[in-house]
Design a protein around this ligand. Structure first.
Ligand code: LLP
Length: 434
């Protein structure tokens, strides 16, 4: 379900050959498909339509201003996690009432900005944070809304340990028992009105089942709180819906909705969704160029001009990203599958470790991957790179970050210029006594 396809052995993004983009903008290059972004958003909205949810695109996964504007035009709200993301969201023109603000470490200036902007809701993670938001709202003479992030102690066994959040021992949210006490203590405060429950159980979650368990626990809590006279207006289900990294493992939005919608129908709750990855991941690829080929022991390395500094997911989460040359005449790209890593090279295929230029052994994008025979200068596309790709890119080893291009049909727009060497040292240019 994306707009990257091979036509006569050449990779296209919508109607533009990927190589044309690389010729014009260079590599490494993040390329996004407008159609894919919008399609994913529309499909989630359609799947959950019966609940008329507020969809708050989780901008941490891919926050280029121009992509955010596409989401705003679609009617999306935004899930943010910092003052910087608030700044991006506002710059994209989102209605602040459609912003939900999560995160365990919100600072006073960030909270002040959120309240001043009139955001819809703070997703609150601890007692001290609630007290601080309530006090700041009082000082500013404002009221704001809070959703208590409840940690329902469910986890998807397929989710990487580094991105599991719904289990008991994480820094996120409070457990159900503590949630009751939380409402007893703060549930009638005036400046920050605690009137919603927030869940986010991790990412990616490959089936509806963990959501069902979490929602059932949350609904029991909501029923209890309501019977005690507390007003609960909304439930925020968080994000975490999977993306199709490996064929066949990610259910369609309809599969999540079929299990989730019946639990929330006629419950008199506004439903909020915070999808990120599932919208952006397959809407973006990272184009890179092979610099050198080298053997080492039994391995052959394809050394490319990008790596863990631009796409950290393989190094950080052992994540699988399908990789294939932008041009492979006569070769049909195999179905995307993690199993490919286990296959012996077939006709015309060789096994490569695709590695970057960073001075770390962990700078490996793919290990033992069967690919058409590569030469210096060949370009590779790293697929499903739209989410947590550029968003997690760094300047490690003083490499400028890639440019970003948005394709719309047969048109392409440079939506972020390539960083320069001067960008790297700019903030260090005017030292001042402190
Ligand atoms: N809501 C909250 C409160 C979150 O913490 C997150 C993601 C989302 C929504 C969006 O989750 P999504 O729909 O994108 O899965 N860097 C990791 C993923 C970290 C997710 C952090 N929180 C990765 O590359 O897999």
């Amino acid at each position: 379900m994306d707009a990257f396809e091979y036509r006569n052995g050449r990779l296209y993004c919508e109607d533009v050959p990927a190589d044309d983009l690389a010729d014009r903008a260079g590599t490494p290059l993040y390329v996004y498909s407008r159609r894919t972004f919008e399609l994913h958003y529309d499909r989630i909205a359609a799947a959950f339509a019966e609940l008329d949810p507020l969809i708050c695109y989780s901008i941490k996964c891919c926050a280029n201003l121009h992509l955010l504007k596409l989401m705003v035009a679609r009617g999306s709200g935004m899930d943010i996690v910092s003052g910087g993301e608030l700044h991006r969201a506002m710059a994209a023109g989102v209605d602040p009432a459609r912003i939900v603000y999560a995160g365990v470490g919100k600072t006073d200036p960030e909270i002040e900005r959120g309240i001043a902007a009139g955001i819809g809701c703070f997703n609150i993670e601890s007692e001290q944070e609630f007290e601080n938001i309530d006090a700041i709202a009082a000082r500013l003479g404002r009221t704001t809304h809070g959703a208590l992030r409840v940690n329902p102690d469910v986890a998807d066994p397929h989710t990487h340990a580094k991105t599991t959040t719904g289990a008991k021992e994480t820094k996120f949210g409070v457990d159900i028992e503590r949630a009751r006490r939380f409402f007893h203590t703060y549930g009638r405060n005036e400046n920050c009105r605690l009137d919603a429950i927030h869940l986010h159980i991790g990412s990616p979650i490959y089936s509806a089942e963990p959501y069902v368990r979490a929602i059932n626990k949350a609904m029991t809590l909501i029923d209890e709180l309501r019977s005690e006279g507390y007003t609960i207006d909304a439930i925020d289900l968080g994000g975490g819906y999977a993306a199709d990294y490996e064929t066949g493992r990610s259910p369609a939005y309809e599969a999540y909705a079929a299990a989730i919608v019946p639990l929330l129908r006629r419950r008199n709750l506004r439903v909020i969704l915070e999808p990120g990855r599932t919208i952006a991941a397959n809407a973006g690829i990272l184009l890179t160029q092979v610099q050198y080929l080298k053997t080492g022991g039994s391995r052959t390395f394809a050394i490319v001009d990008t790596g863990m500094h631009h796409l950290i997911r393989p190094a950080m989460y052992d994540a699988f990203h399908f990789i294939w040359p932008t041009r492979a005449p006569g070769m049909v790209p195999p179905r995307r599958s993690a199993q490919m890593e286990l296959q012996l090279p077939g006709a015309g295929l060789q096994t490569y470790d695709v590695v970057g230029p960073i001075c770390e052994t962990g700078d490996t994008l793919a290990k033992g991957r069967a690919l058409p025979k590569l030469s210096r200068g060949d370009r590779l596309a790293i697929f499903t790179a739209g989410a947590y790709g550029m968003a997690m890119a760094s300047n490690y080893n003083a490499f400028p970050r890639p440019a970003e291009v948005l394709v719309d049909g047969d048109r392409a727009t440079l939506i972020r210029r390539r960083e320069t060497y001067d960008d790297l040292i700019g903030p260090e240019m005017n030292p001042s006594p402190l």
